[in-house]
Design a protein around this ligand. Structure first.
Ligand code: NAD
Length: 251
């Protein structure tokens, strides 16, 4: 029980890597609130985990909306008594070349991937300060560290911004005992990714060529890193970027 007694919030927790975080953190003893725009999936995961005796609650949330963020975190605090861990995981992909990208498309990705992380951090800070500290975990990507022809410029820019926001927030809030770290997954085989690979099988070869460990990642590979950062085992870790990419960025 590595996070027993802690209260965590995970954004974008209804599916994919966020759902793996919700499952692992609750399995390891945390009470976990999670938000998402996918209400049906969120409710389904909530009832599956509650049936296993986990303390979890789903709260509808659009991370681009500050009012919804305030309501969601207030709901988590009311139900579980405080907030110790915030996992800013929700994100969307982009598409197209720079010339094809519209200002609206650019702003949409930045609103979810960057403003969403800023707002999740903003609402978490006063709650964590009240507890004497906390851990904020921002999910970036290996695409936030190195360029890639397989990705697109707005997604990569947004993930680079998450990396730098994390370091700035870590410095600003170290005195509050609030640790802030980013996690940089490489290609992870979620259901969404499986669908993408089925539509474009060449993608898998491209990824495998760049992963020295020779396989795609699993959602649990990332969730274990999130668990470490959420737990007191990482008490001296802040402002760091944790790569979980099979070695992609090491070469
Ligand atoms: P996913 O699309 O399966 O999950 C993202 C979740 O965020 C979804 O449940 C979605 O509904 C939610 N979301 C999107 N917009 C939202 C909004 N406005 N408000 C609230 N929730 C919203 O993707 P995933 O692969 O599980 O990715 C999770 C995180 O990991 C993302 O930050 C992503 O950029 C990052 N990541 C994933 C991979 C990968 O290979 N899967 C690699 C690197 C980084």
């Amino acid at each position: 029980m590595r996070v027993k007694g802690k209260v965590a919030f995970v954004s974008g927790g209804a599916r994919g890597l966020g759902a793996a975080d919700v499952c692992l953190l609750s399995q390891e003893g945390a009470a976990v609130a999670f938000g998402d725009v996918l209400e049906e999936e969120g409710r389904k995961l909530e009832s599956e985990l509650r049936a296993q005796g986990r303390r979890v609650t789903f709260i509808p949330l659009d991370v681009t909306d500050e009012t919804q963020w305030r309501r969601a975190v207030a709901g988590a605090v009311a139900e579980f008594g405080g907030l110790d861990v915030m996992v800013n995981n929700a994100a969307v992909g982009g598409a197209g070349s720079i010339e094809e990208t519209t200002v609206e498309g650019w702003n949409r990705v930045m609103a979810v991937n960057v403003t969403g992380v800023f707002l999740g951090t903003k609402v978490a800070i006063p709650e964590m300060r009240r507890r004497g500290g906390g851990s904020i975990i921002n999910i970036s990507s290996q695409m936030g560290i190195v360029g890639s022809e397989m990705s697109n410029v707005v997604y990569q820019t947004s993930k680079g911004a998450v990396r730098m926001f994390t370091k700035a927030a870590a410095i600003h809030h170290a005195k509050d005992g609030i640790r802030v770290n980013s996690v940089h997954p490489g290609p992870i085989l979620t259901r969404q990714m499986e669908r993408g690979l089925a539509n474009d099988p060449a993608q898998e070869g491209y990824y495998l060529d760049r992963v020295p460990l020779g396989r795609l990642g699993r959602p649990l590979d990332v969730a274990h890193c999130v668990l470490y950062l959420a737990s007191d085992e990482s008490a001296f870790v802040t402002g760091s970027e944790q790569v979980v990419d099979g070695g992609w960025t090491a070469q």
